[in-house]
Design a protein around this ligand. Structure first.
Ligand SMILES: [Zn+2]
Length: 264
């Protein structure tokens, strides 16, 4: 029985290798990778697929379209706060797939905010709370969890943002977030400052990332390294743990997908 199973398994692997190499020949980037597994964002047995070697942005779940960092974030939330569905959660600048959708659909006390600089803070705009991470209108100790996904590389005053997030956390709560630690062991660098007209003045080559509510995108203001942990400690007094996850069965494999947990 075991013997038959192992032959079947080998045949399946050969078939998959042939299929992948044929696909590689016809695809524009000459790359194809897929893996069957379980998606922590849509809670389904799915196939993760990428047509680009840059798995960070292209290794998607074929059911919910989530990408590796979103699945890593969800896994970390479930590990540290298994009761997250009952908690007070604030997510700043959520996406429209992956972990954001799961949190919104399942957490009873989930608040999503976006920042509209020309509208009054604390009001509701397009179904979002209008909140500036550097100047939150929430009372002290309002949330068990504050979630940000690839947001902290876009704030102009990260000292203020980290201290504001810490202020709004309850004791025992945490800021759980992803941010590309692109500088790794190199020191963190400021990439842009806010000009007098509110527009970015880049101190380096201009960089922009996509933004759900702003077609122009968001300027990259910081190139963080692992020293972000000391930065957060200095400006909020809180300790941060960095989780590096590589677990292909959950579709979590890519560069720059660390999840940070700053606990109060
Ligand atoms: Zn999924």
């Amino acid at each position: 029985m075991l013997f038959i199973k192992s032959i079947k398994n080998k045949l399946w692997r050969v078939k998959k290798a042939i299929k992948n190499s044929l696909l590689e020949r016809v695809l524009p980037y000459g790359f194809y990778f897929s893996h069957k597994g379980y998606c922590p964002c849509c809670d389904n047995k799915v196939t993760f697929k990428s047509k680009s070697h840059w798995l960070r942005d292209f290794f998607v779940c074929d059911n919910c379209n989530s990408i590796p960092r979103e699945r890593a974030l969800m896994l970390v939330i479930e590990k540290y706060y298994p009761n997250w569905k009952d908690l007070d959660i604030h997510e700043s600048s959520p996406g429209n797939r992956g972990a954001s959708v799961k949190l919104k659909n399942n957490a009873k006390k989930y608040i999503a905010s976006q920042y509209y600089p020309h509208k009054p803070l604390g009001t509701v705009v397009d179904n979002f709370q209008n909140q500036d991470l550097e100047n939150l209108t929430f009372l002290d100790e309002s949330f068990d969890l504050v979630i940000t996904q690839d947001v902290m590389e876009h704030v102009y005053n990260p000292k203020k943002a980290f201290s504001e997030i810490a202020r709004t956390l309850k004791k025992g709560g945490a800021h759980i977030f992803t941010v590309p630690l692109i500088n790794k062991h190199k020191k963190t660098e400021i990439w842009a400052v806010k000009g007098e007209d509110g527009k970015p003045v880049f101190t380096n080559t201009p960089e922009w990332h996509g933004n759900v509510v702003d077609p122009i995108g968001s300027a990259v203001t910081m190139h963080w390294g692992f020293d972000i942990v000391e930065f957060i400690k200095e400006h909020s007094g809180l300790e941060t743990i960095i989780e590096h996850i590589d677990n292909i069965d959950y579709g979590i494999r890519a560069e720059l997908i660390e999840v940070l947990i700053t606990k109060k």
